[in-house]
Write a protein that binds this ligand. Structure first.
Ligand code: IVH
Length: 480
């Protein structure tokens, strides 16, 4: 093998490792990934391929040797009572029937013996484990590497619907998924200038805060779905009932199914409901209902044999990007927005997609007139996954990001290590003033009931309000 090739491969390997480490930091520490899961998987695959070809590149702390993500050193560590495992994925119906066949075979069941499967929506959030000792909430942790998680005890306490005391004397860990609703995500992101790519990252970023006061200001919810060791109940269906009785949130869409037909009918029903649910789900989770059977089946290294995640197909569609416009936020951040030829994605008509910032347009090489692949990760704001280069027309043109504010004409400046370019106009910028007024009345600020965004825009257009103080000077007849 020519030495030159190997040197080149080594350079590529090191560059890849650096890039992956960068994205790991963005995902696990900042909760703000810049690339999709699929794009990340491609980088990982490349790294693995290079290691296969040149095993000498591999060291003890190579990225390929690590399972999950070690807890961040910023947090104290919590040892789980039992490992927090992952679940094997299935996509096709056949994967589900195979799963049921495997269960039958493993347990040596007779043909007439039925296998009850407890089905739960797979919440796209962040898993947590909350330990109760003598009926009191004693500790809480993220999954971390499955054995040790990050201590988020004070953060979890800020979730109002999670009981701090329960009527159960032993030591148990209640596990579940923390999530943020679409509506809460949208208003948080408005407040934070589009910092989070989707509700999952917003939930993770909110829970993994060193200052629990920040978590307290973020609207988080959860569903509980697991208890270790068990409560003494014999099945998953009874455990969920007991969780509910103890005061935990459980998903009302959970359902016990007694055969595959019921499982598939339920999958279709929930899949159809998905666009109307207030939170993201990315599939269904199937669990053997009987715990004695679960125990007999046991687990592989990363996943139990008694569970399967039946993933929903990605909600994708192709359409033409007709234009790029700029929105100016409350803090002056210029956010590029794609204007799309209307298309239906996952049951919803989409005409706009966020482009996040100028680097994103550059990185994905998005041009006006391009055919783009859109994806709704279930969340409200669709994303552009990639450009369909095969369909790029000669007339497609590059977008030049403005260096002045399109609303007030002031300079738009990008500070070092900031993703956003900002209008420096401050209060002379109408967009910023109106956005501030909207924020002022919103739920995160003064929470003025009955005074919504549209009212603010109307009052502004009528010249009735210019500053927040004007809101309090509005006369009854003006309001009507
Ligand atoms: S059960 C051993 N139930 O999906 C099984 N997990 O891909 C432990 N998840 O790490 C998990 N909804 O973060 C379970 N209803 C549900 C779930 C669920 C979402 C997440 C969880 C888990 C991941 C596995």
């Amino acid at each position: 093998m020519p030495l030159f090739d190997k040197e080149k491969a080594r350079d590529e390997y090191e560059a890849l490792a650096k890039e992956i480490a960068h994205h790991d930091r963005l995902y696990y520490q900042n909760d703000a990934p810049e690339i999709s899961d699929a794009e990340y998987d491609i980088l990982r695959k490349k790294l693995e391929k290079l290691e296969e070809k040149y095993p000498e590149f591999k060291t003890a702390d190579s990225l390929t040797q690590k399972v999950g993500a070690a807890p961040s050193s910023k947090f104290d560590k919590v040892q789980h009572l039992a490992p927090m495992l992952s679940i094997a994925n299935g996509f096709a119906r056949e994967d589900v029937t195979d799963f049921i066949d495997r269960i039958r075979k493993f347990l040596g069941l007779a043909d007439d013996e039925k296998v009850e499967i407890f089905t739960e929506p797979k919440i796209d959030g962040l898993s947590f484990s909350a330990r109760y000792v003598g009926g009191k909430l004693a500790a809480a942790a993220t999954r971390g590497d499955g054995v040790t998680g990050e201590d988020i005890t004070e953060n979890i306490r800020t979730i109002k619907t999670l009981p701090v005391e329960i009527d159960f004397a032993g030591e148990v860990e209640i596990r579940g998924e923390v999530y943020m609703t679409h509506a809460d995500f949208a208003s948080l992101n408005e407040r934070e200038d589009g910092k989070f790519a989707n509700p999952r990252n917003a939930a993770a970023g909110s829970l993994r805060q060193l200052d629990a006061n920040v978590t307290a200001s973020r609207p988080l919810n959860y569903f509980a779905y697991n208890v270790v060791p068990e409560f003494g109940e014999a099945t998953q269906v009874d455990t969920i009932k007991k969780l509910k009785k103890l005061g935990f949130q459980t998903n009302p869409l959970n359902k016990l199914c007694s055969n595959v037909d019921e499982i598939f009918a339920n999958y279709e029903e929930i899949y159809a409901k998905r666009p109307t649910l207030p939170y993201d789900i990315d599939g269904m989770v199937y669990k053997v209902n009987r715990f004695d059977w679960q125990r007999r089946m046991g687990a592989l290294a990363r996943t139990p044999r008694w569970a399967l995640a039946h993933k929903f197909p990605a909600q994708q569609a192709k359409t033409v990007l007709e234009d790029i416009i700029i929105q100016v936020g409350r803090t002056g951040a210029l956010t590029p927005v794609a204007v799309l030829k209307p298309v239906t994605v996952g049951g919803v008509v989409v005409q706009r997609a966020t482009l996040h910032n100028e680097d994103e347009i550059e990185r994905k090489d998005i041009r006006i007139g391009d055919t783009v692949v859109l994806q709704r990760a279930g969340d409200v704001i669709p994303q552009i996954v990639e450009v369909d280069l095969a369909q790029r027309a000669a007339s497609a043109r590059k977008y030049k990001f403005p260096s002045t504010c399109p609303v007030c004409g002031s300079d738009a400046v990008r500070e070092e290590d900031e993703a956003a370019r900002r209008c420096v106009g401050g209060l002379i910028c109408e967009a910023q003033v109106v956005e501030r007024l909207k924020h002022f009345v919103s739920r995160q600020a003064f929470d003025i009931e009955g005074l919504g965004e549209q009212n603010i825009i109307n009052f502004w257009n009528d010249g009735l309000i210019k500053t927040p103080a004007d809101i309090f000077r509005l006369k009854r007849e003006q309001l009507l």
